[in-house]
Design a protein around this ligand. Structure first.
Ligand code: HEC
Length: 277
């Protein structure tokens, strides 16, 4: 009986370990770009909140997050929050960050309902997914909204930051041809790299992005746009777990206490040990 119990608990443990290591399911095989959130960067979180409220909240709610919590956690004075980031004068600072888009309207306008984004970075592919998704919209005249997305084919969402990023087009690129040994092929006479024309999937497999920005079509430089999306993702990483920083801070104290307590418990144990002999 005992050995049965041990093997059951071992098996459960093994399953837990396996499950925690499994990657989240993604829709396309497009590789995600790296993104390291930083919850200590309050300025980044504030900029992210501003971008979200200005450009996303018309369609996407944050229904598990309150304005007041956001203001307090991000160091935004409540009166400034009310003045600049709460647009409806009837909305109280303690209200949830919801919008007025109804399911019927959304279905009629976009063919699908914009999901609530409070927990999005936890539920789907992590912050890297959102960070990549917001940077791979491209022109596609066959789609009703004129754009498509490399990560989410045939997405029903318009590109909300088009005027900032500008329009990207799917292109083919000349990339170095690979030799049989896996290295880049060079012309034996001139020593120059031999290139080949690659498109779509082929480019992605070789680590190139099959998109090109139409020069001057956006008001931000590519670097500034990446920063904007970094901040936005950082903010949505925060909303998915607002007490993460606090918890981590507390964890350090708990471990320190345990280390301290261990010493005294051990000393006490030693005294008891002496008496019983
Ligand atoms: C005009 C309305 C509209 C705006 C503005 C908008 N979205 Fe969306 N969004 C949608 C719709 C509709 C969908 C659902 C798309 C679908 O299911 O095809 C969606 C889906 C998404 C998804 C989910 C994709 C998935 O994995 O299911 C994310 C993430 C997202 N939007 C982020 C944003 C962000 C960030 C902003 C602001 C910069 C934003 N959206 C602005 C309408 C909008």
């Amino acid at each position: 009986m005992k050995s049965l119990l041990t093997s059951v608990s071992l098996l459960t443990g093994l399953m837990l370990v396996l499950a925690s290591g499994l990657p989240a399911i993604a829709e396309t095989t497009y590789p995600l770009d790296d993104m390291e959130p930083d919850l200590r960067d309050t300025a980044s979180l504030q900029r992210g909140a501003r971008t979200f409220i200005n450009y996303c909240m018309g369609c996407h709610s944050l229904k598990y997050q309150r304005y007041v919590r956001t203001a307090n956690d991000l160091g935004i004075p409540v009166d400034l929050m009310l003045e600049h980031l709460v647009f409806d004068p009837d909305t109280r600072i303690g209200a949830l960050m919801e919008n007025n888009l109804t399911v019927e309207d959304a279905k009629q306008w976009f063919g699908s309902v914009p999901p609530d984004l409070t927990l999005y970075t936890k539920l789907k592919g992590g912050p890297e997914y959102l960070y990549t998704y917001m940077r791979v919209f491209y022109e596609d005249v066959s789609r009703p909204l004129g754009v498509n997305n490399l990560l989410f084919e045939n997405v029903g969402m318009p590109h909300p930051l088009l005027e900032l990023q500008g329009l990207q087009r799917k292109v083919c690129k000349d990339i170095p041809r690979l030799a049989a040994n896996g290295g880049e092929m060079r012309d034996p006479l001139s020593g120059e790299t031999v290139t080949e024309r690659a498109c779509g999937e082929q480019l992605v497999e070789r680590g190139y992005r099959p998109l090109k920005l139409i020069e001057g079509s956006g008001s931000l430089s590519p670097g500034d746009y990446d920063q904007l999306i970094y901040d936005l993702t950082n903010f949505l990483y925060y909303t998915a777990d607002p007490s993460r920083l606090e918890r981590e801070r507390m964890g350090v104290y708990v471990l320190l206490f345990l280390a301290f307590f261990f010493l005294f418990a051990w000393l006490l144990g030693r005294e008891y040990g002496k008496q019983s002999h």
